[in-house]
Design a protein around this ligand. Structure first.
Ligand SMILES: Cc1ncc(COP(=O)(O)O)c(C=O)c1O
Length: 393
């Protein structure tokens, strides 16, 4: 089977690959396009800083210099344990465990929560359903039943309908054990699910003895835009997974939180899958570093983004709009006179500001992250002002 990288990126909805990367070599992500002697890039593409290898190494050095990093041993102890303990505090769950990937975290949560039940209801647009290579079916003997096709998220009525449909129409009952929610929703431009919807589903699941798992890969971003704390989100779920590399800037990794009954079984399962890594401190030290003050940081990102967008919207021909239930992804549209490619190239070459490509509707998914805190807003706006002039020539 050909694993075509361009196709993979497209399917992952990374349609916003920057212009500076020639379309013939999409395998070059921006990380390899490092600019030397330059300031931190302001990127309007990713959820995090997209650190280059040398920036990553520098960051690890800084972290190690301020307090020597204590390594873990096969995931046990050291800074990995400190990160897990921090997530226990942040989520209010009994246990937290590091895993090498979010895919493994989701799959193992589903497998263990579901026990001997075979059916798991998952959002049709979720990472679990679309992007985990049918692992539930092929590795864990679980049958994923998609819900909410064509919608950003499903509601309690959709859930009741699908449960009663399978109850009525399937002869051999093999049991439903778990429901999955993804929030924020990657395939719905990062929008968050209204809290009332989550509350209703959670209450229903508790009443009917179904377990509820949250794929919260980017949960802190949802927290910042919905004003719901992580501890509150976590309280509605039995297990919650959070990514260490989306906005916590590690080079990979995941955390799964839940009660001892589930989480204490995870490390054995990781080993079975061949995922027990000798040392993971290179990921957990960076994630722990960026986790400190995360709530204050994201509230600053939101307020800074609001100011930035309001200033950019005053430039002729620029329209940036937030989405309903939107988080850090906004719709950017330029007037016909502005050549987006010229603007993006100018911003990159002269200011190390990264802008993504437009989709088929001419919209750029303009994404904000903590890189906007690294530069004076005036400087960013002035760069755009000049760039727009040049892009009209
Ligand atoms: C919503 C969501 N869940 C899970 C994952 C899986 O994470 P990992 O790449 O660590 O397997 C991703 C990664 O893109 C994601 O966006």
């Amino acid at each position: 089977m050909e694993n075509n990288r361009r196709n993979f990126l497209k399917k992952c909805s990374l349609s916003t690959i920057p212009f500076l990367i020639p379309s013939t070599s999409l395998n070059e992500l921006p990380f390899s396009k490092e600019k030397t002697n330059d300031n931190t890039p302001v990127n309007f593409i990713f959820d995090g800083l997209a650190l280059s290898p040398s920036q990553y190494l520098e960051k690890l050095q800084d972290i190690n210099q301020s307090a020597a990093i204590e390594p873990d041993f096969y995931g046990n102890g050291g800074i990995t344990k400190r990160l897990e303990d921090r997530f226990i505090e942040l989520t209010g769950k009994e246990r937290a465990i590091y895993l090498p990937t979010g895919t493994m975290a989701n799959q193992l949560a589903i497998k263990l929560l579901n026990e001997s039940n075979t059916k798991v209801i998952v959002p049709e647009n979720s990472h679990v359903f679309r992007d985990e290579a049918d692992a539930a079916q092929s590795v864990h003997n679980k049958r994923l039943i998609p819900i909410g096709k064509g919608k950003a998220f499903f509601n309690l009525t959709d859930l009741k309908d699908i449960i009663s449909y399978t109850d009525k129409n399937e002869v051999f009952k093999s049991g439903l054990g778990t429901i999955v929610i993804e929030n924020p929703i990657r395939r719905a431009d990062g929008t968050f699910i209204p809290i009332e919807n989550i509350k209703e589903i959670s209450k229903y699941c508790k009443e009917h003895n179904y377990n509820l798992h949250l794929d919260g890969a980017r949960i802190h971003i949802a927290c910042a835009y919905s004003n719901i704390s992580l501890i509150e989100y976590a309280s509605y779920f039995d297990t919650i997974y959070i990514s260490l590399y989306k906005y916590l800037n590690a080079s990979g990794g995941a955390i799964l939180c839940g009660n001892a009954k589930i989480i204490d079984k995870i490390s054995h399962q990781i080993k079975i899958l061949g995922g027990t890594v000798f040392q993971s401190w290179n990921n957990t030290a960076v994630a722990l570093h960026y986790l400190e003050g995360i709530e204050e940081k994201w509230s600053k990102i939101v307020s800074t983004a609001t100011k930035l967008i309001s200033s950019l919207n005053q430039l002729n021909g620029v329209s940036i709009k937030s989405l309903k239930n939107g988080t850090n992804i906004y719709d950017l549209k330029l007037s016909k006179e502005i050549n987006l490619k010229k603007l993006a190239n100018y911003l990159y070459d002269e200011h190390n500001i990264w802008l993504g490509r437009a989709n088929e509707n001419g919209i750029v998914k303009f994404t904000v992250n903590e890189s906007i805190l690294t530069r004076a807003l005036e400087e960013i706006v002035n760069a755009w002002r000049t760039g727009i002039k040049k892009a009209m020539e």
